[in-house]
Design a protein around this ligand. Structure first.
Ligand SMILES: *Cc1c(COP(=O)(O)O)cnc(C)c1O
Length: 385
């Protein structure tokens, strides 16, 4: 295992090739030239290992790919122009007409739409299962099941799946496994070590870390990555720009510091909320009362700064009044940046569809950024009063 410091500061960075610059150059070029027809022909026959055209390889992107693969303990990585591309493109690569997918229930919203809207157009059917019980995956397997799709923890309800157990069942049946690992990032959960085949994550979140780039990562075996690169990746064209890759390399330098800060602040803020008389429930995988606490501590080395909570005797008016009163915590989608954010589930549904008895409708999701925790607590306190 490579040292984390080596991966983040040195791996892939051939500084002697570019004036010993500490920060790598942004190879802002679409194409690369060749000296002989022979070399050119060789590159055109397969561009997995050469710089030919930046829809495929690019030197700045390749530095980033090496770092991201090493962080996941994977043989190789691909980077994409968004997290959802890093999910949709490999799935399109792995299934054919007539195939079946088993997915954990309620994955990320656009992943759900991929399974419900896009894939059925190509004759691919998905069964959603409650992933908190391993046997639910086993029971849903059909002769045509090609892929088991996981997201652990989920980023609204934080349900976990036992990655090692699900991977073992899938291996036995020759079914591929894939996970959305955005919540933990490679620092806090390493699914490949637990037997998962492909790991996707939205690099927009922790890897970028500054709310200024949209990107995605996919890691896995060299063979699978090469297959996806040579076909769907080049054909659909979800490449990341070299400039965005440079921003992600810069983000990686401080990833451990940012994650640790967010984790530590989240411990304090979730504890504070648990003790507040206006708060009913706090859901965070590392809370002592979390229902899958044992599994969380077994397969995660740390916990993200994203959690949800509910108010006592909730109503749309009460939830909206609380959110509207916040002065510093911003109301916005996404997470993983420097800034703390809030998104109430009621903002994702029509007002008239609100059902006070439906716990999902009452969830308020908060992301804890890099501000002082006391600053955040005082904002929450004045908004809850
Ligand atoms: C944000 C997010 C995605 C999608 O990533 P984009 O970079 O926005 O395309 C996928 N999964 C999870 C869990 C996310 O939070």
């Amino acid at each position: 295992m490579m040292d984390l410091s080596y991966i983040l500061n040195e791996l892939g960075e051939e500084r002697a090739d570019y004036f010993n610059a500490v920060s790598p150059p942004i190879a802002q070029t679409s194409n690369f030239s060749f000296k002989t027809v022979d070399d050119f022909r060789q590159a055109l026959s397969g561009e997995f290992d050469v710089n030919l055209y930046s829809r495929g390889n690019n030197p700045t992107i390749n530095i980033l790919r090496q770092k991201l693969a090493a962080l996941d303990g994977a043989e190789d990585a691909l980077v994409f122009g968004s997290g959802i591309a890093a999910i949709a493109v490999p799935i399109l690569a792995l299934v054919r007409q007539g195939d079946h997918i088993i997915s954990v229930e309620n994955p990320y919203s656009w992943t759900t739409k991929l399974f419900n809207n896009l894939l059925p157009q190509f004759g691919v059917e998905t069964t959603f299962v409650d992933g908190t019980e391993v046997k639910n995956f086993e029971n849903a397997i059909r002769p045509n099941t090609k892929l088991i799709y996981l997201e652990s923890p989920n980023t609204f309800s934080y349900d976990l799946q036992d990655l090692q157990a699900v991977a073992a069942i899938a291996k036995q049946k020759g079914i591929l496994t894939m996970i959305d690992n955005s919540y933990c990032s490679p620092l806090y959960q390493q699914p490949i070590k637990l037997g998962i085949d492909l790991v996707a994550q939205s690099a927009t979140k922790y890897i970028g870390g500054h709310s200024d780039v949209v990107a995605g990562v996919l890691t896995g075996s060299r063979a699978l990555i090469k297959q996806i690169f040579s076909n769907e990746y080049l054909n659909i064209g979800p490449a990341l720009s070299p400039h965005s890759a440079w921003l992600l390399i810069r983000g990686l330098r401080t990833l451990p510091l940012r994650l640790q800060r967010s984790f530590e602040s989240t411990k304090v803020i979730t504890e504070w909320l648990r003790g507040h008389p206006a708060v009913d429930r706090v859901i965070w995988p590392f809370s002592p009362d979390f229902k899958q606490s044992e599994l969380a501590h077994r397969q995660m080395q740390g916990c993200g700064g994203l959690f949800s909570f509910t108010l006592k005797e909730p109503s749309v008016e009460k939830i909206e009044a609380f959110c509207n009163k916040l002065q510093h915590i911003l109301m916005a989608v996404s997470w993983g940046g420097h800034e703390s954010l809030i998104i109430p589930a009621v903002a994702t549904i029509k007002k008239e569809d609100y059902d006070a008895g439906n716990e999902r409708h009452n969830l308020i999701r908060m992301y804890v950024g890099l501000e002082d925790k006391e600053y955040l607590v005082s904002d929450l306190e004045q908004a809850l009063s």
